[in-house]
Write a protein that binds this ligand. Structure first.
Ligand code: FES
Length: 161
């Protein structure tokens, strides 16, 4: 059976097999989802807000719950697209605004430019650089000292891989 999922804010509908995950829906629509952890439920890069139809999704597992607790932009309607499976119709999802980066190097490459959209941390979803802000070397230093980008360490510290 095929279930219909609607994506906001691009206002497009797409279908997925029953029990298929939301991540496949986003990828099918060519949305740029970083999948930093490879779909293992351990990063923020496939975080979505479910605007409607939470009851039509599989329930939240322990790993997803733990990761959602780390995500700074988490709300009561947050899910990880790689963990949420579509069981019924009527699901409407929205991606958090901004662009996830996967290393400090990504910001370094943008020094001297204004951020075209919020730049987001791949594990916590924290806004590292706000949209419109000029990216400077001192800003980069500050991000480096206040934020851990050791994603590999984050994964290996996790007990249930
Ligand atoms: S891709 Fe990392 S949590 Fe879904």
């Amino acid at each position: 059976m095929v279930k219909v999922v609607r994506l906001e804010p691009i206002a497009q509908e797409t279908s997925v097999e029953t029990n298929g995950n939301l991540l496949s829906v986003l990828i099918n629509k060519d949305l740029d989802v970083l999948r930093e952890c490879g779909g293992r439920g351990m990063c923020a890069t496939c975080h979505v807000y479910v605007k409607q139809g939470m009851e039509a999704l599989s329930s939240i597992n322990r790993r997803e719950q733990r990761t959602l607790e780390v995500i700074t932009t988490c709300k009561t309607n947050s899910r990880l697209a790689c963990q949420a499976r579509v069981m019924g119709n009527g699901v409407v999802v929205e991606l958090p605004p901004g662009m996830y980066i996967n290393s400090i190097k990504d910001i370094e490459d943008l020094i001297g430019r204004r951020a075209e959209q919020n730049l987001l941390h791949p594990v916590t979803g924290q806004v590292l650089v706000e949209e419109g802000k000029l990216i400077t070397r001192s800003m980069l230093k500050q991000i480096e000292t206040t934020t851990s980008f050791s994603f590999g360490a984050f994964l290996s510290n996790s007990s249930d891989i």
